[in-house]
Design a protein around this ligand. Structure first.
Ligand SMILES: [Zn+2]
Length: 80
């Protein structure tokens, strides 16, 4: 675990299939695949595209993945 130097949130790092490390939000989320165009990273490093499940849509058959932190960082304008 580490702390985002821009917003102070707890983040983690995950290695994607192409060997890149990207910062992710600490808490995994349920993803609706094909429901959107947002990027999520599974714990295996596989990227999936979809959207965040709404609370009433969550169930254990959905893929669980992490949100790239850059998307929710409170200071994302500095995040480059
Ligand atoms: Zn941040």
């Amino acid at each position: 675990m580490s702390i985002c130097k821009f917003c102070g949130t707890e983040i983690d790092w995950i290695q994607t299939k192409d060997g890149q490390y990207i910062p992710i939000n600490f808490d995994p989320v349920f993803v609706i695949e094909d429901g959107g165009r947002e990027r999520f990273i599974e714990d295996t490093g596989t990227e999936i595209i979809g959207r965040l499940a709404r609370p009433e849509e969550e169930n254990c058959n959905l893929p669980v993945a992490f949100v790239p932190h850059v998307r929710t960082c409170g200071n994302r304008l500095n995040f480059r």
